[in-house]
Design a protein around this ligand. Structure first.
Ligand code: CP
Length: 317
C-alpha cells in the first residue's frame, strides 16, 4: 500500500479501498483511545494550519479537536476577512499557502473555488487536507460518513445505501459516491431530475464494484435502503434565487412516518446542518429513534480526522 506520509487528501476518488479501510482501522483505534481517556501525544510539537475561507462548525472544530487530542497545536483563521487573503488587495491563494506552510506541518483548507485545494497542493511542501472546495469535493466528510456506515453496519459490501438530495452541487455527496463506489454495494440515487449526480461520477461508479439506480421519489426508495444519507439543497449551487425557491418546494424532507416504512434497522445520516428556509430537513421526532445517526457522524468525525492527521504526518505507518 502507498504510504500516507505526506499525502494530500484532495479527493476520495484517488484513494484505494485498502487505503480507506486502513483509515478506518486507525480511526477505530483512535476511537478506542478516546473512549478509554488514553492521552495520545502522537503529534506533540506539530502544528495544523486551519484555513477556512467559508463558514464551518463541524469540519473546522473537529479538525482542531483531533489535532489537540493528538497533542498538537492549531493556528489559522475561521474567516478570511481577518487575514490578508480577503478584499481588493487580497494576496493570492498561492502566497497565502507559501506563507502559512512555513508556520505549520499540515494544512486543512476550505475554499469556495473548486480547484483551490488542488492549487494549494500543487505548491505546498506540507500535506493539504481538502475541507471542501466549491461544489467539487469534501473528502474528509465522506471518509467519516463511510466510517459511520462501517461502524454502525459492520461492513460496506452488500448494503443498499440511499443518497438523497442535491447531488448536483453537494461536494460531500460527490466524495461519498467516489468512496462508496469502490465497495460491492448498491447506491440508490434519489433526487429531483435537475439535481442528479453528474455523468462523470456515474461513469466512475460504472467502472467500479458498486451498482446504482436512480429515483426521484424518496418514499418509493426508502423501503429498499439499509442506509439513508440525506443532504440539504445547496443554495450556492442553484442557478438563481428562483430556481432555489422552486426546488425547495419539492425537495425531499424526511419524516418519522417515512422512516417507519423503511427497514427496522435503517440508519439515517446527514452531513449537517439540516436546516433550510423551510425548517428541519429531517424532522426532530426522528432524533429520538435508533435510526438517527447524524450526531454519531459528528462524534466519529474526530477519530477519523485524528487518523488522517496521524497518517499524513507519518506518526502512524
Ligand atoms: N458537514 C460539514 O461540512 O459541516 P460544516 O459546514 O459545519 O463544517
Amino acid at each position: 500500500m502507498v504510504s500516507f506520509k505526506g499525502l494530500d487528501i484532495i479527493s476520495t476518488r484517488i484513494l484505494t479501498k485498502s487505503q480507506i479501510l486502513k483509515i478506518f482501522d486507525v480511526a477505530k483505534s483512535m476511537e478506542m483511545a478516546l473512549h478509554l481517556g488514553t492521552s495520545l501525544k502522537l503529534l506533540e510539537g506539530k502544528i495544523l494550519g486551519s484555513l477556512f475561507f467559508q463558514p464551518s462548525t463541524r469540519t473546522r472544530l473537529s479538525f482542531e479537536s483531533a489535532m489537540q487530542r493528538l497533542g498538537g497545536g492549531v493556528i489559522g483563521f475561521a474567516n478570511p476577512r481577518v487575514s490578508r487573503a480577503y478584499g481588493s488587495r487580497a494576496e493570492t491563494l498561492e502566497d497565502t499557502i507559501r506563507t502559512v506552510e512555513r508556520y505549520c506541518d499540515v494544512i486543512v483548507i476550505r475554499h469556495p473555488e473548486s480547484s483551490a485545494a488542488q492549487r494549494a497542493a500543487g505548491i505546498a511542501q506540507v500535506p493539504i487536507l481538502n475541507a471542501g472546495d466549491g461544489a467539487n469535493e469534501h473528502p474528509t466528510q465522506a471518509l467519516l460518513d463511510a466510517y459511520t456506515i462501517w461502524r454502525e453496519k459492520g461492513r460496506l459490501d452488500g448494503l443498499t445505501v440511499g443518497l438523497v438530495g442535491d447531488m448536483r452541487s453537494t461536494r460531500a455527496m460527490h466524495s461519498l459516491a467516489y468512496a462508496l463506489g469502490k465497495s460491492d454495494l448498491k447506491l440508490l440515487l434519489v433526487s429531483p431530475p435537475e439535481l442528479s449526480l453528474s455523468s462523470e461520477i456515474k461513469e466512475y461508479i460504472d467502472k467500479n464494484p458498486a451498482k446504482f439506480e436512480e429515483f426521484t421519489n424518496v418514499e418509493q426508495a426508502t423501503p429498499l435502503m439499509d442506509v439513508m444519507y440525506v443532504t440539504r439543497l445547496n443554495k450556492e449551487g442553484a442557478e438563481s434565487e428562483e430556481e432555489y425557491k422552486r426546488l425547495l418546494q419539492t425537495y425531499p424532507r424526511i419524516t418519522l412516518d417515512m422512516i417507519k416504512k423503511g427497514k427496522p434497522d435503517l440508519i439515517v445520516m446527514h452531513d449537517l446542518p439540516r436546516t433550510d428556509e423551510l425548517g428541519l430537513q429531517i424532522a426532530a421526532e426522528v432524533d429520538k429513534t435508533p435510526h438517527a445517526k447524524y450526531f454519531d457522524q459528528v462524534k466519529y468525525s474526530v477519530a477519523v480526522r485524528m487518523a488522517l492527521l496521524a497518517l499524513v504526518l507519518g506518526a502512524i505507518e
